[in-house]
Design a protein around this ligand. Structure first.
Ligand SMILES: Cc1cc2nc3c(=O)[nH]c(=O)nc-3n(C[C@H](O)[C@H](O)[C@H](O)COP(=O)(O)OP(=O)(O)OC[C@H]3O[C@@H](n4cnc5c(N)ncnc54)[C@H](O)[C@@H]3O)c2cc1C
Ligand code: SF4
Length: 541
């Protein structure tokens, strides 16, 4: 039988582009279907420059629909009302639909999980265990770090105890860590007294010339876009895949996956912005459309033979949605610290990342946001009637001292937290918008209560004033769990190779396959798992 391509990849984000690169390098015919358009860095930077409000994406509430990325009718931006948020806790996640995907505006914190994160059910009677161990994934973490160009500080105890280097690694970071700005060294000294061990975040910012990426200049624009390209984004691998012969069809929104009666996937259907419909066949299919669009597409792909959608014999597609639902604290430091130099995030604390305590409270990470607060402060001061030289002096004083501490909690996989295609709301192409139901359980609440006291302790160690706590379920933009991995086809969607239990030639990749969330940003783990899948696929494609 003739096929249009050997491997058809849905989605050109980091996960889809990584797998496309590996397949194309091995000489396979690869096609990527990408819902969004191509954008250039220059365009995005220009839109950002001309925007009246220039806030970090971490401050989404204030920024409203002000993303510099495109918002065409066939793929409405998640900054508007595209996501149909239901449930007691809002999950206003912000992913991008453009060639290269969401890493265009990610913070690029690229962490490994620690060995115990893979067996939390066994050790702590919480959440789900992984069907693989840290040791099995470790070589692929090294590959992912090399592919994404991670800079980090070797020898740190990322377990949070200030002890030996952890987790174990067979290779050093590809690049040395970033220089530590004054604000962080000063704060680390002050907090050390209370037993807090500073950890400097590994991330996808180049500290030496790396695969055509220039050095990070510390200009603090990482979200919404790194102007120079020092920060990794998925276009790096889209370009690499194309250099090896992969074809990328942009503005191609896949709306249906078709399987034959034997369970094999035979084709996908996609729409162009003008509404025209197209079909493409392949020998192998990789779904890499991230944690909301991937399950939505599977659930939309119903037929007589598969009334519950593709890959969904377990009824787990779309369920177990996790995030790093968090809390935060704003304070005024008692001395000038001048945050805002360097990347938007670097200094973190992990004192409660692991241990028996995890039976009662979730693992968590506390980060110091390193953003420049001047714009928000200036508007607030002017609202208060402060003008002239007094305004100037106050902006200087307050921006030198305003600090934001933010906690990211691990959340458990709970089946009621889920993504479904809306039965009422549709986009311009007539495709259902995603409906998201999200809630937290008492485990999260216990973490919040513990975390608030912990933050108060940190504030008192630096003699902070004007302490403002926000415990209102802050979303951290880390979608996990909606096509979960496991050994048992009755309780999971894919196996440890990311192959659908139901369809032998369908692989689903991304952070959505993760059975547990840990407390750290998930992209490196997603990438490591994806590279492992690429190796499995190369043995048979
Ligand atoms: C503001 C922000 C900050 C973040 N910071 C960090 C961080 O510091 N560290 C970290 O680890 N993670 C971070 N993340 C999360 C990180 O961005 C994601 O984990 C990562 O981008 C996921 O990669 P992906 O390839 O799976 O998905 P994406 O990059 O979203 O790519 C999926 C692609 O699939 C396409 N697609 C979707 N549906 C279809 C369809 N039906 N047909 C065709 N194509 C389709 C999309 O258009 C998109 O291009 C952050 C996220 C945000 C929003
Ligand atoms: S600090 Fe600047 S150069 Fe470095 S990654 Fe962020 S935006 Fe890019």
């Amino acid at each position: 039988m003739d096929y249009d391509t050997d491997v058809l990849v849905i989605g050109s984000g980091v996960m889809g582009a990584l797998i496309a690169t590996r397949m194309a390098q091995a000489g396979k015919a690869v096609t990527i279907l990408e819902a969004g358009p191509r954008v250039t860095r220059a365009e995005i930077v220009e839109v950002f420059r001309n925007a009246p409000i220039k806030l970090s994406l971490t401050n989404i509430k204030l920024q409203g629909a002000g993303s510099p990325f495109p918002n065409p009718p066939h793929i409405p931006s998640t900054y508007g009302d595209y996501l149909q948020l239901k449930g007691p806790v809002k999950y206003p996640t912000k992913y991008l639909r453009v060639v290269g995907g969401t890493t265009w505006h990610f913070g690029s914190a690229l962490w490994r999980m620690i060995p115990n994160d893979f067996k939390i059910r066994t050790l702590y009677d919480r959440g789900r265990d992984w069907p693989m161990t840290y040791e099995e994934l470790e070589p692929f973490y090294c590959e992912a770090e090399a592919e994404l160009g991670v800079s980090g500080m070797d020898g740190q105890d990322e377990g949070g105890n200030g002890g030996e280097a952890w987790p174990p690694r067979s290779k050093p970071f590809p690049m040395k860590g970033l220089p530590i700005p004054y604000f962080m060294t000063r704060l680390a000294d002050q907090l050390k007294v209370g037993g807090y061990n500073p950890i400097y975040e590994p991330n996808g910012r180049a500290t030496s010339a790396y695969k055509e990426r220039p050095l990070c200049s510390g200009n603090n624009n990482c979200n919404p876009v790194c102007p120079s390209g020092a920060k990794y984004d998925g276009t790096r691998h889209v370009d690499e895949a194309e250099r090896h012969g992969a074809r990328v069809f942009d503005n191609s929104v896949v709306y249906k996956i078709e399987a034959d009666d034997s369970g094999k996937i035979v084709a996908v259907r996609y729409k162009k912005p003008d509404g025209t419909e197209h079909r493409m066949t392949a020998r192998y299919f990789v779904l890499a459309a991230y944690g909301i669009e991937s399950p939505k597409l599977l659930l939309m792909s119903t037929s007589e033979k598969y009334p519950n959608g593709i890959a969904n014999s377990s009824d787990q597609v779309g369920r177990n949605l996790m995030g790093h639902t968090g809390i935060a604290m704003n304070v005024m430091a008692s001395e000038d610290l001048w945050p805002g130099q360097g990347p938007t995030e670097l200094l973190v604390y992990m004192n409660y990342r692991d241990g028996e305590l995890r039976k009662q409270i979730p693992s968590y990470k506390t980060k110091l946001r390193n953003t420049v607060a001047t714009s928000g402060l200036a508007s607030k001061l002017m609202d208060q009637g402060v003008y002239g030289s007094k305004l100037d002096a106050e902006i200087k004083r307050q921006s030198a001292r305003s600090l934001n501490f933010a906690i990211d909690f691990e959340t458990e996989a709970q089946p009621q937290n889920r993504v479904t295609p809306s039965t009422t709301a549709k986009d311009a192409l007539g495709i259902p918008k995603p409906e998201i139901y999200y809630s937290v359980n008492d485990y999260w609440n216990a973490g919040r209560d513990f975390g608030v006291k912990d933050l108060q302790k940190m504030a008192s160690l630096i003699n902070a004033t004007d302490i403002k706590m926000d415990t209102n379920h802050q979303d951290r933009q880390h979608i996990m769990g909606t096509t979960i991995m496991g050994n048992d086809p009755r309780t999971s969607v894919v196996d440890k190779d990311c192959r659908s239990h139901d369809h032998p030639n369908l692989f689903i990749v991304g952070t959505n396959v993760m059975p547990s969330a840990s407390c750290v940003n998930p992209t490196l783990t997603g990438a490591a798992v994806t590279l492992r899948t690429a190796q499995v696929m190369l043995r048979e494609v």
